[in-house]
Design a protein around this ligand. Sequence first.
Ligand code: ADP
Ligand code: ZN
Length: 619
Amino acid sequence: MKTSVEILKKYFGYDNFREGQKNVIDTILSNNDTLGVMPTGAGKSICYQVPALMLDGVTLVISPLISLMKDQIESLVLAGIDAVYVHSGMTASEYKKTASQIAKNNCKIIYVAPERLDKESFINLFKQVDIDMVTIDEAHCVSQWGQDFRPSYLKIKDFIDCLPKRPIVSAFTATATSKVRDDIVSILELKNPYVCVTGFDRKNLFFEVRKPSDKIKELMKILSERRDQSGIIYCSTRKSVEEVCDFLIDYGYKATRYHAGLSDKERSVNQDDFSFDKKPVMVATNAFGMGIDKSNVNYVIHYNMPKNLESYYQEAGRAGRDGSTADCILLYGARDVQMNKFLIEKSHSENNELKWEQRDELIKKDLQLLKEMTFYASTTECLRGYILKYFGEQKDLFCGNCGNCNTTFEEVNISIDSQKIISCVYRINKLGWPYGKNMIADVLKGSNNEKIKNAKFDKLSTYGIMKDVPKRRIIDIIDYLCQDGFLELTDDKYPVVNLNDKSYEIIKGHESIIIKMPKHVEPEIKKDKSTKKTDASKSIPVSDRLFELLRQERRKLADEARVPAFIVFSDATLKDMCRKMPVSRDELLEVSGVGAQKLERYGDAFIEVISGFVKDKKQ
Ligand code: ADP
Ligand code: ZN
């Protein structure tokens, strides 16, 4: 019998297991229940697909989304594995065909949607086959503490109970909180499970937060440096998805959109356009979520800040799944906080199943999570370190590969500026009622706008006393003062700034405040730095020309097979081909991601492209 590494190589074309994979597989093969907690992109599928190929019987994988199953099945079938899926969208004849295939014991891995599990016919079908393992993918859906609770996941345990023999149960999730983990173990009744939690660090991802005064301009700048790449832009509302997407299309980008306001059909067409790289840029709300299995996403930009760090890390984690370096950039604006507060309250108050106290409790919990997300957006610490700490990995880090580690901060004494700001708040509030940060900054800058004149703020002694300081910087200082409790920002829809006891300490000059702010660097130097950004795959030269030729070949083969391009080979595999330039089948097998079946099917086509390229170069 083949070993697990041999199976990995033969079917998936990889030489080594990643962190955690081997332990999980060994545990399953020794007949034990398992819970794998691994971040998105860590490679959870291999953890159950490899043992599934080694167990005598069948493995049933319960997975929440049809799109997710579809991609998985296509990949497995291309790798030469007998796999099928069963879901509620099938026609009667499709179901009949698949059921007979299953009954004849012709399938090794069966994917199924949880909604199916209590159907009599379905249960009877599965009583006929020998199920060795039931795997629950996205297992956090069983928990009300998870982000995507699905009542149908509660049926899983009863389904397992009615099988003639209790199978091995393995469950997988990317959600790390202990509440969710405990729920999975108890609700699914995992028996003495081995719990494997792998590091949450995604080393190939570069994290950055930008605070542009004009988000759309900043976005255009980011995209213009990534013209031929594929990426996702997340916005918080349908309206901004529409606006941003239209804007990009106007500027000649092949962009498409995804949000809950579109018809099922349009969503599915748009998702396919993105998966198949016909439109490599996707602008979406968080409805574009689970099931996005595209491996060559080079960047994820958040046009708006999400409501918590779990969502952020999960969405950002859709970049670089094939292990190539990728960028995760958050565009932060103070309005994002207001918008999120609004969305949090709206979502809970529209839920009629909740009692008032429950609603208040949930809102409070969400606002706390929002605060921690906001701290991420404003921290000067290493961003990766901040994320890992949040997910319970105690790490004080200087990763050298995030926006903050790569920015030079300077210590700035803001005591005098703070006094000016606080005096201004004091005078504005004395004239009537409090105002928001924007107005305060405008008064300090000495802006000429109508509102200021009407309110007679131009007569205040603090009017224009910071006219030489950029408005952005004034707002940054106000943000800092609010965060550290020297000013109070109300929780209203339009938050206003108030004074507190600590504010007076500053006016009296009793406090000296020194903070870290990004050092002003000349634009040329900045540009240099961004291109210097560490990029492991770029450190080994990859021929752009060959990569392009291989991509074209992949496109052709994918179109013929009617599957997304990355299912033929991932970008990481094509890049490895560029480095190794294999011109024989044996050499091609050395490339990461080339297994026996794909070698058989596509090997010669790629060898031909590479040989042609090598010959051309010699001439
Ligand atoms: P997850 O479900 O944890 O988000 P996937 O199972 O989709 O992640 O795997 C992410 C990517 O990593 C896929 O392209 C997969 O083929 C690749 N991968 C998984 N395991 C390995 C490995 N041992 N070596 C190289 N690549 C791997
Ligand atoms: Zn860092």
